[in-house]
Design a protein around this ligand. Structure first.
Ligand code: NIG
Ligand code: FE
Length: 382
């Protein structure tokens, strides 16, 4: 059994508590892909391999719990229009659907690989990837199979928007999503998600689809309250979903329901930034005990980014999170949104997924938007 020692760590962010569980001048040992020992640097045992952190900061790898990383085509015109003042609506998704339907499995794999590599290079070691740019059975399966090559955190999002060919047949499409499409996609997905919002799917439609997914063994999460206060967060609480994502327009009453039901609020500041929308105040969630996660929402229409340090920087600048709260949300918060206890922290038993940052303190990650020399280690196949 080979062992690895990471030594000379100035600050180790263990996430053993909500204040990041920071310990200083320490080392840790990895055995079998897991953290096996953490202690003072001067007591570090001999190991087969030694990595010198050079006094830098070590954090858990980021857990990016919300991406749409499998897609083809170009949406830069949407971005230019938004910056000129056109309001975001869900319709642009159909442009990506057309391009993604036309792309081959190999083409999508190449495109996704480049996104996943960029994520990894910026410190992400666990990534969730959704379908949702197929909206027909064949393409939704194709997307999930592409995603599966990179992660087990795959999500079936057949209910992203109504595809063009079903414009006048809402209920027929919902039937397909929760029937044939779900049956074909479930073997390649861990999660089921619905875009429940104005111009997407209603609360009743979302409930039906999510319940069908759960009956097939998938776990539920939801895109909610991005465009309007349209009931997605309440549904997440009612169904005790793992997470409600976006949370841009949520009332105090709905936030209390999330707290009671233990639903994670996943904030996606890239989406507000790229769609020129108002940012939600993350502190409103933390104040009443809702777990907050930060994620990239990487997609071509509303948030074409992979960098979690940039996401954290936006959350600190625009959502009232402190750098410590942002780091916790981007690591432990993401892990909770994916119901994972093996990632998002660096206590004994955790997966050896971590980043060595050549910086004096963790605050530098947001302060410098991640533009720091770093080495990323992951037990995943990136
Ligand atoms: O999370 N809100 C719905 N879906 C994506 C947007 C996808 C797109 O515009 O292509 C999101 O922001
Ligand atoms: Fe999204």
């Amino acid at each position: 059994m080979s062992s690895k020692l990471i030594c000379n760590i100035g600050q180790l962010v263990t996430n053993s508590n909500r204040d990041l569980g920071i310990i200083e001048n320490v080392a840790f040992v990895i055995e079998n892909g897991k953290v096996a020992w953490v202690g003072e640097n001067k007591n570090a045992p001999d190991c087969d391999q030694k990595i010198d952190a050079n006094g830098g900061v070590v954090t858990p790898g980021f857990v990016d719990s919300h991406t749409h990383a499998v897609f083809a085509g170009d949406r830069h015109k949407d971005y230019v229009a938004r910056m000129a003042g056109t309001k975001y609506a869900s319709g642009g998704i159909r442009t990506t659907v057309e391009a993604t339907r036309s792309a081959t499995f190999e083409e999508l794999t190449t495109l996704t690989k480049s996104i996943v590599h960029r994520s990894f290079n910026s410190g992400t070691t666990t990534i969730e990837i959704k379908s949702g740019y197929g909206l027909d059975i064949e393409t939704e399966v194709k997307i999930l199979k592409v995603a599966k090559q990179f992660t087990d955190e795959t999500t079936f999002l057949g209910a992203h928007v109504l595809p063009k060919e079903f414009s006048d047949e809402r209920s027929a499409y919902v039937e397909i999503v929760k029937g044939e499409m779900l049956n074909a996609c479930a073997p390649f997905a861990k999660w089921i998600d619905v875009f429940c919002d104005e111009s997407a799917f209603s609360v009743d439609e979302a409930r039906e689809i999510l319940e069908a997914g759960v009956s097939k063994g998938l776990q539920g999460r939801i895109h909610g309250n991005q465009i309007a206060d349209s009931g997605g967060a309440d549904l997440a609480a009612e169904l005790q979903l793992a997470s409600v994502d976006h949370c841009t327009h949520v009332s105090d009453k709905s936030i209390s329901k999330l707290a009671e039901a233990g639903v994670v609020a996943t904030l996606l500041p890239g989406a507000e930034f790229f769609t020129k929308s108002p940012f939600p105040n993350g502190q409103r969630y933390l104040d009443v005990g809702v777990e907050v996660a930060l994620a990239s929402d990487c997609n071509p229409g509303s948030s074409f980014i992979t960098s979690m340090p940039l996401v954290m920087g936006l959350a600190v600048r625009e959502m009232n999170l402190s750098p410590a709260q942002a780091l916790y949300a981007a690591t432990m918060g993401g892990a909770k949104a994916l119901r994972r206890s093996d990632v998002g922290h660096l206590n004994v038993g955790a997966s050896a997924d971590f980043v060595i940052w050549q910086a004096p303190t963790f605050e530098h990650i947001t302060y410098r938007l991640g533009e720091i020399d770093r080495e990323v280690f992951s037990s995943m196949n990136f």
